[in-house]
Design a protein. Structure first.
Length: 64
């Protein structure tokens, strides 16, 4: 589980919906960060990305 600060960022990003989270994942992988992630360390950015991917994998499995 992420620390509260990082969990808050993940929750903020997820509020924008699944399609937007998939866009965020692509942008983060291209090193273009959403505003809420600016000022977060590289390590924490990777942790947020991993959490977003984990969340989306659950949604993708439930669609099948």
């Amino acid at each position: 589980m992420l620390e509260p600060k990082l969990q808050s960022i993940v929750e903020r990003l997820c509020r924008d919906g699944c399609q937007q989270v998939n866009i965020y994942i692509q942008e983060i992988e291209a090193l273009r960060y959403p505003e809420s992630m600016l000022g977060v360390s590289d390590q924490d950015q990777k942790r947020i990305l991993a959490e977003l991917k984990s969340i989306m994998s659950v949604y993708e499995q439930s669609e099948n």
